[in-house]
Write a protein that binds this ligand. Sequence first.
Ligand SMILES: [Fe+2]
Length: 301
Amino acid sequence: MSYLVNSVGHIQLNVVDVDAMVRESCDILGLRVTREGPGFVWLSSNGRSAELVLHEASENATRLIGFEAVSEAAVAEAASRVESAGCKLVSTEPSLDCCVTGMRFVTPQGHTFELHGPVETEIYGGRYPTVGMAPLRIDHVNITSPEPSETRNQFETIMGMRLSERMVDDGLSWMRGANRLHHILGIVRGDTGLHHYSWEVAEFSDYCFLGDRLDTIDKNFIWGPGRHRPGDNTFAYYIDACGAMVECAGNMALINDDDRNEPNVITALKRPENVRVMNVWGEPAPLPWREHQFPWAAPEA
Ligand SMILES: [Fe+2]
């Protein structure tokens, strides 16, 4: 099966205090506002029109995760597969007008996902003044699902994603798209929600800068910097102003020999003996990281 999805496209969050979230996203993480209007703000870390979209709401929650298709035609192909994957098609239009095509569906577990055409991008408009860290791009999300193997099947069937690696008990699994990053999607067993959303950093020293910026607002990393074994990427995590977990990640492995790749199955699940199976540098995941979950908003009627 060929890929219909290339990468994560954008993330939409419902947020109670939009101003606080915008302030932190710009001054600490280093995003910029690309558009704002009544009740919404778009942010980006580069020349893309939107990577993080905030909606003023009465609760903090994930509204939807948008994935970027390999082409406009791939969006229609994916839409035709939604029902066969046991999901419900709720729109055949993009949610953002910086995309030409888009479709949204709701899973039986209650996630809302979008597959949209490429986001409008100013290639040479990606640099801007900021006092924040300035990541390169949004690069992956980890969601939580009570039925991880069913969620995996939805992404394989609808978007043509491939499994890169999983724990033998499906407690965690990682899936890739056409950009061949080890994962653009992680699936964690748990109630329906978001575990973290992740931005790619340019340099390892960016974690030092970010940690110091977080210190200026009396915040800190909850795990890292470290290097994950699955994906081989460096990482550091903090909790953002609306309570969602942000990862900054760098140098994720590429799976270039795509057709020959056999998904790795992690069988060493016992803590703390398996620490280096999960973190190359040896610091185990703390409980707040393992238990973190950010809610997912009820699907639109
Ligand atoms: Fe991650």
